[in-house]
Design a protein around this ligand. Structure first.
Ligand code: ZN
Length: 468
């Protein structure tokens, strides 16, 4: 068990370039700002490529090309396929000099996550990992938050950290059946609100992630509450205040009472930097932290499945590989868990792995060592079946009625109408999406219906989870 002092000592220790917003008014100023941004992006790109060996560059490029091809052939809407096709051509022509179209690339990856389960992505050798995201963005945004534990898990204060450590201690003494790192939400309902300035892509990723998580179990629910400027957060507390304007991807772990939050904050913040953290997989990862889940490689049994390469990690970063006695071990160890680090996380240099998956670690997916390379830890495509099982374990007994079980993840997708501010959408005449099934109401006449309603070609593609 780490001491409180060394847990608090954790800093990412990596230089981070903040992405700037330009609020210039004149054309020349904007042009100048754009030129500066281009120069910076070029510099960043160079710095990033320096960290990659030619073989790693080649591997990432090949994976992205495969992913774009998959999207072009998928049943995604035409505009998504066109976007993927454009990116595919750029990748084939320009290789990894993708700074100019990084936004488009991220946008296709975000959509790909709606069509792929993590297991299918691995089988097709197109799994997107936290390492791929780091290489694309040129920085490790999941490791960028200062004073976070294990990169992105935030404890509001010494008191809350102490509470967490006490919970750990109680678990070790058999006094509490804790499965996660944080306190599960009362009644299995997590309240949340979105910052008024949240980016459209982060908002989309969050809305998708919330639905996916609530479909994965029979009990975990999310309740949208209003933003309140006078409270600099959500109207009621405890609640998760979701932002995209800060640096990095990070969250407070479990339900956090406001007395533990800094500077009079009433809601616990969860940040998804945009662009960079505004993908479905990263949104799910951070929301699962907010629900109380820890990192998969923190499990006490992890050394049977994973070898930590201590020589490739700065000693100041050892704490990120701390084992948490309270982490769930009831289920099989899952290297594809959306809560697992990738093999280069917190390594001294991007080329040297900080972790090696032992043959046994691949066991639940394949016994064939020739296929091991397809199952990469650090999946940020979406939840695995075992993630859902663990979440249900964490919330068993917390919901009204007591029981909480996971559902079973299917390969196919379904479409659901999008919510607007957490509610079912209605037009000015109180017609909802289902009313637009009626040919008398033409989808073409309402741009919101086209975006929100499945019956108008919009809506949200979601994975299907069926009762077990
Ligand atoms: Zn994390």
């Amino acid at each position: 068990m780490a001491t409180q002092a060394n847990l608090l000592d954790v800093t990412a220790g990596r230089h981070l370039t903040a992405l700037c917003k330009f609020r210039t008014t004149t054309w020349t100023a904007t042009a100048r700002a754009r030129a500066r941004a281009r120069a910076r992006a070029k510099k960043e790109g160079k710095a990033r490529r320096k960290q990659l060996s030619p073989q790693e560059e080649e591997e990432l490029l090949r994976k992205l090309i495969r992913l774009m091809k998959e999207m072009v052939q998928s049943d995604a809407p035409r505009r998504v396929k066109n976007e993927a096709n454009y990116v595919l051509k750029q990748l084939q022509r320009l290789g990894l000099s993708f700074d100019h179209y990084r936004g488009k690339l991220m946008s296709v990856i975000r959509k790909a996550e709606h069509y792929l389960t993590s297991k299918d992505a691995a089988k097709a050798d197109i799994e997107i990992t936290s390492r791929d995201m780091a290489l694309l963005m040129g920085t490790r945004l999941e490791e960028s938050k200062k004073d976070a534990v294990q990169g992105d898990m935030l404890f509001a204060s010494n008191e809350q950290l102490k509470q967490f450590l006490e919970l750990e201690q109680k678990f070790q003494q058999g006094q509490t059946p804790s499965f996660g790192a944080g306190k599960p939400w009362e009644g299995a309902i997590m309240k949340y609100c979105l910052a008024p300035g949240i980016s459209a892509s982060a908002k989309d990723a969050v809305e998708y992630a919330l639905r996916q998580i609530s479909h994965a179990t029979t009990c975990v629910r999310f309740e949208h509450v209003e933003y309140d400027s006078s409270k600099n957060g959500c109207q009621s507390s405890p609640a998760v205040y979701i932002t995209s304007e800060d640096t990095g991807c990070w969250a407070y772990v479990g339900e956090t009472p406001s007395e533990y939050l800094p500077d009079g904050m009433l809601s616990q913040q969860l940040n998804l930097q945009s662009p960079g953290c505004d993908t479905v997989g990263l949104a799910i990862h951070e929301i699962l932290h907010a629900l109380g889940m820890a990192h998969e490689q923190s499990r006490a049994d992890r050394d049977q499945y994973v070898e930590i390469k201590w020589d490739n990690i700065e000693s100041t970063q050892y704490v990120n590989f701390e084992i948490l006695a309270g982490a769930d071990q009831q289920r099989a160890y899952d290297i594809l868990s959306v809560m697992h680090y990738d093999v280069n996380a917190f390594s001294k240099n991007e080329g040297q792995p900080s972790m090696k998956i032992l043959d046994r670690g691949y066991g639940i997916y394949t016994q064939d060592s020739a296929l091991f390379h397809m199952y990469q830890p650090g999946n940020r495509v979406g939840m695995t079946q075992l993630d859902a099982d663990q979440l249900a374990d964490l919330y068993a007994g917390k919901a009204d009625g007591g029981t909480c079980t996971s559902r079973e993840l299917q390969d196919e997708q379904t479409c659901e109408d999008k919510l607007v501010n957490g509610l079912a959408w209605e037009d000015e005449n109180q017609n909802g999406c289902s009313d637009y099934d009626d040919p008398q109401l033409e989808c073409g006449s309402n741009s919101v219906a086209q975006e929100v309603c499945c019956s108008c070609g919009g809506g949200q593609k979601l994975h299907v989870w069926v009762p077990k």
